[in-house]
Design a protein around this ligand. Structure first.
Ligand SMILES: [Zn+2]
Length: 852
């Protein structure tokens, strides 16, 4: 007995000794050697990360978790902050959070018991939008405060709460912004915009990726949220424009999504109220709620979680010019967004900011207060938040029919690999999926009766945007972002919401990502392999095999889907398996098969960064295309056929491409360093025309088609929404399609329509359709895709006011003159890498450019 006691004491002593910090905590300013938050001073991500790691070494209240690598290879980190005791037991608290997120099988008494024992898990993410730089700096100060405070209130809060602090959701972009800022500080370009995207692929759209999970940073965070930590609350700190309110806090603006449990908004508003209180108490004016940011759209960080029974809040603080202070005259203050038409005192804006100087320090101070208020509320209402998550999860299960499932049949899909990808995406979201096999074949079954069941219905079903009118005769409230995200429609996957009896799903198992067996009806000894080109994966395979130096052929059979034929090659089967394309062995090369050569693709990149450029590059790289960017200088220089077969002009207006004017924002007054100004100019337009005349293929995405409406290319086409060449501002009272899925018919006899179904869901977000006229002797025009004749047939998901204006209009067209080809897409074929069902139109257009 006595020996045991001694042993225990020794163990305890060594444990305590081993956890003694190696250093004494220093403030971020001391550690970095400059005043953090001072005018014109910024810490870059590597400094922030080094500081956080230092803090973890010098304090027992903070640990660092690595979330993975970023797109450009930075290490993405998260600080876990709580009391030493909580950190020691973090596995236990993670497990409690997981059980409360899926409380099936627990009694109410067990739930109450877990809520009593558990800790609030509070995720705070910063700086997803890299120019919104304040929160990345604030994170260091807040971490220091929590790691060193001896304030008994804060210590009690830390005992109730485990804070997960991500100092930047986009480390690559944080580094780009700080480097750009430092380069021009002290010059007239100080604090100006970047001439490139602040994420390698997706720029600002990194906060549009949270249901599709295409980017590595999104995946990294999704993993810790829905598979490891199950936070009850997520606060995401942003910045907004400089001339309106100083900070937005919840409640959100209208409209509100039907399927989100109302308790989510009650919890969010509770946190919002405490933020507002603490801000007023600290003398911070300009606080607004019920403003701009709606409660309808599921694409951003914290709000995807609303459908998964998680509380989540966005804050937006007014911006300075990065770290440069701004002097704002009271006459410059303005409203204009939903919830604040004019800059005036209102009930949701009771204490307007009067104007004055606004600096980085102010941004950080507002952010420190809302971070503190969230910690305080998560502590005070710890049991309520923990029980609330479990109550919502139980309600999602209880209110759903246990026999109702989303079924994705795997054997009858046009593109089985994409269907499987949809199922895998749902699993990645933490949704339970089943693989069932019966006489009809294999299907993925997704139960609607599960904790994340409302998320499943939101993603798999169709949207109907609610028409909320703030006053009886006013127009509707505009959506914050898009109005549709129906994944089966976007991805071109057949799925149905059906009843499946217990016997029918008897053999169901939970599938692993590797359990998809591809229909590989081929062996090593076959001299040729064939695949129909109605699968996106075929393009991965074409590109991979051409890189290996193998011959690839295209066989067209009138009235049928073309075949892609590959000559035998040692690496074929490996690449086929990776591509996910279904293939079969064939004995000989069909006589009518023609070789297709590797295609050299350029994507035009302007200095008014186009997010669509990044997405296009991302999608094409994912499918193995050989793509390069070209900038103004290279376009102007001409002789483009020497280096490229295809040039893609991503979605940007003509004024951006030709003159480098920021058209959609109505012209930016901001000056850029001279090497980043201007567009392709008249010479560039001539060079593009010459490229097409000499046999090149030009592909214009959405607004880039404006380049082809005028006399420069002499094509019989204009925008059906405008009479002349210029874009017309079409009022939303006349036409309003804010990102919706519309029915479009496709000519599958046209090379761009090969292998496509005759009817597709096209993602449309602008008043743009084509009015063509008869071909002239030198130009042949074809309509590749068009809208239905009856306006009532047009809308598939989302919102379409004035849809009759699209009726019978062309949605995609092509022109050939000599060997040159020009393809114009009016809708978004590769929208944010989400519209997998229409990617092939773009891929086909590119391969068309490879044909002799
Ligand atoms: Zn933002």
């Amino acid at each position: 007995m006595r020996r045991h006691l001694i042993l225990f004491i020794l163990l305890f002593a060594s444990l305590a000794w081993s956890q003694k910090p190696a250093a004494v905590p220093q403030t971020p300013s001391k550690f970095l050697g400059f005043e953090v938050g001072a005018d014109r001073k910024l810490a870059d991500y590597r400094q922030i990360s080094a500081y956080m790691k230092f803090l973890a070494k010098s304090s027992n209240r903070i640990e660092i978790e690595t979330l993975g690598k970023t797109t450009l290879g930075e290490e993405m980190i998260m600080a876990v902050i709580s009391t030493e005791d909580n950190l020691r037991n973090k596995a236990k608290y993670q497990e409690i959070a997981r059980k409360l997120a899926d409380p099936r099988g627990l009694t109410q008494a067990q739930i109450d018991d877990l809520a009593g024992q558990g800790k609030s898990i509070f995720l705070l993410t910063c700086n997803i939008h890299s120019t919104e730089i304040g929160s990345s700096q604030m994170a260091m100060e807040w971490a220091y405060k929590l790691a060193t405070t001896d304030n008994p209130d804060t210590l009690r809060q830390l005992n109730d709460v485990i804070v997960l602090l991500v100092p930047s959701l986009n480390p690559d972009g944080q580094i780009m912004v700080t480097e750009w800022y430092r380069r021009y500080v002290g010059t007239k370009y100080e604090g100006g915009a970047l001439p490139f995207l602040y994420h390698h692929y997706v720029g600002h759209d990194n906060n549009r990726d949270w249901y599709m999970l295409t980017q590595i940073e999104t995946k990294n965070v999704n993993q810790i949220v829905y598979h490891e930590w199950y936070p009850q609350f997520w606060l995401d700190e942003h910045q907004m424009g400089s001339y309106g309110p100083r900070i937005y806090i919840p409640p959100n603006a209208d409209p509100v999504a039907k399927l989100v449990n109302p308790l989510v908004h009650r919890g969010n508003n509770l946190i919002g109220a405490s933020m507002g209180w603490r801000l007023e108490e600290a003398g911070k004016s300009g606080v607004i709620y019920n403003y701009s940011f709606d409660a309808y759209w599921p694409g951003g960080t914290r709000n995807t979680g609303w459908w998964k029974n998680m509380f989540g809040v966005l804050t937006e603080v007014a911006s300075a010019r990065i770290a440069t202070p701004m002097e704002i005259s009271p006459t410059e203050l303005q409203g204009g967004a939903k919830g604040l038409t004019t800059y005036e005192q209102q009930i949701n804006f009771p204490n307007p900011w009067p104007g004055g100087t606004w600096r980085l320090r102010d941004i950080m101070d507002y952010e420190l207060i809302v971070s503190d208020a969230s910690l305080e509320t998560m502590s005070k209402y710890r049991r309520e938040f923990l029980r609330g998550v479990a109550a919502m999860a139980n309600e999602a299960v209880r209110t759903a029919d246990p026999d109702v499932f989303w079924r994705i049949p795997l054997d009858h899909q046009r593109d089985p690999a994409v269907a499987y990808r949809l199922a895998a995406l749902m699993s990645e979201h933490g949704v339970q999926t089943l693989l069932a096999t019966d006489q009809k074949g294999s299907s993925i079954l997704i139960p609607t009766a599960q904790p994340y069941g409302r998320f499943v219905d939101e993603m798999m079903g169709v949207q109907r945007y609610p028409e909320v009118r703030p006053a009886p005769n006013s127009g509707i409230l505009e959506p914050y972002d898009v109005a549709a995200w129906s994944l089966p429609l976007m991805m071109g996957v057949q799925a149905e919401r059906v009843r499946v009896s217990a016997e029918e799903r008897g053999s169901s198992i939970v599938p692993k990502a590797t359990s998809l067996s591809l229909p590989m009806n081929a062996g090593k000894e076959d001299p040729y392999y064939a695949a129909t080109d109605q699968q996106n994966g075929v393009f991965t395979l074409i590109n991979a095999m051409q890189k290996e130096g193998a011959s690839v052929f295209l066989q067209r059979i009138p009235g049928k889907t073309p075949n892609v034929i590959f000559a035998a090659h040692p690496k074929f089967l490996k690449n086929a398996l990776k591509s996910g394309a279904a293939i079969r062995g064939i004995a000989s090369l069909p006589k009518d098969a023609a070789p297709i050569k590797p295609v050299r693709v350029a994507i035009y990149k302007s200095y008014i960064a186009s997010i669509d450029e990044g997405w296009t590059r991302f999608v094409l790289e994912q499918y193995g295309f050989n793509v390069k960017n070209i900038e103004n200088k290279e376009v102007k220089a001409g002789n483009l056929n020497a280096a490229f077969d295809v040039i893609i002009l991503p979605d940007s207006g003509k004024d951006v491409i030709v003159d480098g004017k920021s058209g959609r924002e109505g012209g930016s007054s901001e000056e850029m360093p001279p090497e980043y100004t201007g567009g392709i100019g008249k010479e560039g337009v001539r060079a593009l025309r010459e490229f097409a005349d000499k046999g090149g293929t030009l592909i214009a995405l959405a607004h880039a088609s404006e380049l082809f409406f005028g006399d420069d290319f002499g094509l019989p086409v204009r925008n059906a929404f405008a009479t002349g060449e210029a874009r017309r501002a079409v009022p939303t009272s006349e036409f309003n399609v804010p990102g919706s899925l519309l029915r479009v018919y496709v000519d599958d006899k046209h090379p761009v329509g090969y292998g496509m179904p005759s009817e597709i869901a096209a993602f449309v977000d602008a008043p743009l359709a084509f009015q063509t006229s008869a071909s002239t002797p030198d130009v042949h025009r074809s309509v590749i895709a068009w809208y239905p004749e009856d306006a009532r047939d047009i809308l598939l998901s989302g919102y379409a006011h004035g849809a009759e204006k699209l009726a019978r209009k062309a949605a995609a067209v092509s022109f050939t003159r000599g060997r040159g080809r020009i393809v114009l897409f009016g809708f978004r074929v590769q929208h944010r890498a989400q519209t997998e069902g229409t990617f092939q139109l773009l891929f086909n257009a590119i391969e068309w450019g490879a044909e002799e």
